[in-house]
Ligand binder design. Sequence first.
Ligand SMILES: Cc1cc2nc3c(=O)[nH]c(=O)nc-3n(C[C@H](O)[C@H](O)[C@H](O)COP(=O)(O)OP(=O)(O)OC[C@H]3O[C@@H](n4cnc5c(N)ncnc54)[C@H](O)[C@@H]3O)c2cc1C
Length: 825
Amino acid sequence: MSSVIWFLLFVIGGLVLAYQRVSLRAATLTYGIALLIYALAGDASLGWMIALCAVLAGLVLLNVDPLRIRFISRPFLRTYRRMLPSMSQTEKDALEAGTVWWDGELFTGGPNWEKLMSATVPKLSAEEQAFIDGPCEDLCRQIDDWDITHRRADLPPHVWDFIKSRGFFAMIIPKKYGGLEFSAYAHSSVLVKLSSKSGVVASTVAVPNSLGPAELLLHYGTEEQKAHYLPRLARGEEIPCFALTGPRAGSDAGSIPDTGVVCKGLYEGREIVGIKLNFSKRYITLAPVATVIGLAFKLFDPDRLLGERTEYGITCALIPRTTPGVTIGRRHFPLNNPFQNGPIQGKDVFVPLDVLIGGVKMAGQGWRMLVEQLSVGRCISLPSSATGAAKAAVFATGAYARIRRQFNTSVGHFEGVAEVLARMTGHTYIMDAARSVTAGAIDGGEKPSVPAAMLKYHLTEMARTVADDAMDIHGGKGICLGPKNYLGRGYEMVPVAITVEGANLLTRSLIIFGQGAIRCHPFVLKEMEAARDKDKRRGVKAFDAALFGHMGFAISNSVRSLVMALTLARFSRVPESGSTQRYFQHINRFSASFAFATDVAMLSLGGYLKKKESLSARLGDVLSSMYLASMVLKHYDNQGQPEEDLPLVEWACRNLLYKAQEQLHSFLRNFPNRFLAAFMRFFIFPRGRTYSAPSDPLGQRIVDTILHTSVTRDRVTNGVYRTVEPNNPLGLLHEALVLADSAEPLEKRVRVDGVKTGEVTALDLPGQIQQSLAAGILSETEAAVLRDYDRRVMDLINVDDFAPEELAAASAPPAEVRIARASNA
Ligand SMILES: Cc1cc2nc3c(=O)[nH]c(=O)nc-3n(C[C@H](O)[C@H](O)[C@H](O)COP(=O)(O)OP(=O)(O)OC[C@H]3O[C@@H](n4cnc5c(N)ncnc54)[C@H](O)[C@@H]3O)c2cc1C
C-alpha cells in the first residue's frame, strides 16, 4: 500500500476514535496496534517509523498518572488558579441552585436522547382537570376585562372573593395545610386558561404561586411559621407579596441597600432582641392589598447579639402589613393592566427575630433561598401566562383572518398575512411544547435552573412577536380599545412580562449562557471546584481527571462538529427513524458545534467572556434554540405523533435550528481573535451555512389548519377559555369560524350568480342577500343563514366608540392636587 493510503488510514482512524470518544487508554492501545500492523505490513521509511513511535511514546507517557500530573496537570493548575475569576457567595449560590437536566446533555455535543424521551409526560389528574373545568372556567366567566382595566382599575370584590376562597392562591401549598398541591403542569394549565382571558387576573393568581412567602415557607420555614401562615395563605385570609426590588437595586438585586440591624427594643410592651428595618421597595406585585410582606434586606449585627458575625448578608423575613413604621397601599399603574402593584417603605420598623423565614439559623441565606426557588417558579408563571396569551391570540386571529374579508377574500388567504399567521402559530407551538415538557420534567423531580432562564426569556420574547403579529392582522380592530377589543390589553402586558422576574436583556446577556456554561458543562465546574479545593493533593488529582476529560471532550467535539457538518449529520444516531429523524440529527450536529465553540471561547477568553455579553448571549441563543427544538420533538412524541401536526413541527425545528446556525455564524463573525474564528469556522461551517429557514409553502400548510376548524387548531390552542357566551370574544369568533363553512359558499353564489351577472346591484351584503332572495339565487333558509352569519361577523368586526366625557379619567385628582402631592414627596 502506498504511504498516502497508510496516512489516510491513520487520519481516518484518529477521527473515528475521536468521534466515538474512546478513552485515552483505548486510543493509545489502538494506535499501538495500528503502528505494529504498519511496521509489519507497510513499507515505511525509518524516519517515518521514528516519528510515529515518538507519538506512541508520548501517548503511553500520558497514560502514566504520576508523570501526567507532575509535568502537565500541576503546572497547568497553578496558571489556572491565577486565571480563575473570584466568585462571590451570591454567584456560587446561583450556580449551585437547581438541577441540570436536558440543558446539560446539549452541552455534551452528543446528547443522550433516551434521557429526554423517557422524561415524565405531563398529565392532569382527575382532580386537576376538574378544577380547570370547574372553578377555572367559572372564574373566566366572571371576568369582565374592560371593567377591570378601564373602569375599576382592580378586580371586583366578588372576583377577589372567588379567587381566594377557591384556592387559586394555594396551588403550590400542600393539602395538609389546606392547599391544592397541584402538579407543575396543572399550575401551568390554570395560568394558560386565565391569561387567555385576562392578564390582570393571571398576574394576580401567578404571584402568590410563584416565588414568594408560600414557596419560601414551604422550603425553609420553621414548623411554627408553616403551621401559622400556610393554612391562612391557602384559605386566602392572608394575601402575600414579595419585596426585593427597590429604586436603587433592580437587576442587580444583590446590591439592595435595605437594612435590618439586630438590636434591643420594645416590642408589645417588653424589651426583646429584635431587628430594626429600614427599606424602600418598589414595583411590588400585590403590595397595595397584601396583608403579609415577604421582605429581603441585608442583616447586620454590630453588637454580636446573635453570634460572632457582624454582617450576615441578604436575609428574608415575613412582616405583617400592620407593623408600625410600614408605609404601604399606594399603587403603580403597569401599562394599563392595573393588577395590584406598588411601593412599600419601612422606617425604623422594629420586629422580633421570629419574623426571619426559617428562624435565626437562616439569617444571611436569603439569596440562596431566592435563587434555589426561582428555578421552578420561573419555569411556570411567566412562560405559562405568555403561552396562554399567545394561544388566545392564535385562536382569535385564525378565526378573524377567515371572517374578515377584503378584496372579496378572507384576509388570511393573502400571502403576506398568511406568512404572519404561520409565524404566530409556529411560535405558539414552540411555546406550548416548552412550557408543558418542562413542567413535566419538574413533575418528574427536576428543578431546571438554566431552562428556567431560557423559558422566561424566549417565551416572553415569542409572546411579544405573537402579540405584534396578531395586532397587524387585526388592523384597526386591535387598536381601538373598549369592551370589544380582545387584544389591546394583552399587547400592553407584553413589556411587563419582559421586565419582571429577571429583565430579558439581562437574562439573555448574563444568565442563560453565563450560568449554563459553568453549571451544565461536563467539566468546567469540576475544574473550578478542584482548583478551589483546600486539600491540595485531592485538588490536583481531581483537576487532572477533569482537565484530561475536558481535552478529550474538546477534541471529540471538534471532530464530531466537522464530520456532522460535512455529512449534514445524516449518519448520526438518534431515537427516531420517521419524519422527525432529521431534526434530531441536526440538533446533534449543532450540539457538537456549540460545545466546541464554547470550549474555544472559554479557553481563549476566560473570565473576559462574561464581559463580552454579546458573544455569550449568542451562544446562549444557540443553546436555547436547541433546547426549544428538543422540547418540540418531545412534545410531538408526547401527543402521540399526530401526522397533521408535522408541518408545525417542521416549521418550529427549522425556525429554531436556522436561528442556531445564524447565531453561531454571528458569534464567529464577532469573535475578537480572528485566527481562532477562522479555525472554529473550519470545524463548524466547512460547507458554509447549509440550513434553511421554513419555506413559504410550509407556512401555507400551517395556515390552512388555523383558518379552519381542525384538530391541529384545537391542539395548538388547547386550554384557552373558548366557551361560547356573549362576553367571550374567543367563543364567538370560533362560532363564526364554524358558520363560515356554510356561509362562504352562499356568499360566493351571491357574488358569482348575482353581482357579476348584474342581477344583484346592492353594495353591501344585507342588500345583496335581499336581492338574491328576490332573484331566486338564495332560498329563504340560505338567506337566513347568510344574514345571521353577516350579523355575527359585523358584531365581531365592529369596535367601540365613546362620548368624549366617557374617556376622561373621572377618578384622577385635579392637576393642582397632583402637583402638591409630588412636591410633598
Ligand atoms: C410590573 C412589575 C412587577 C414587579 N413585581 C415585583 C415583585 O413582586 N417583587 C419584586 O421584588 N420585584 C418586582 N418587580 C421588579 C422587577 O423584577 C425589576 O423591574 C427587574 O428586576 C428589573 O429592574 P429595573 O426595572 O430596575 O431595571 P434595571 O435594573 O434598571 O435595568 C434596566 C435595563 O438594563 C438591563 N440590564 C441591567 N443589567 C444588565 C446587564 N448586566 N447586562 C445586560 N442588561 C442589563 C435590564 O435587563 C433592563 O433592560 C416588578 C417589576 C414590574 C415592572
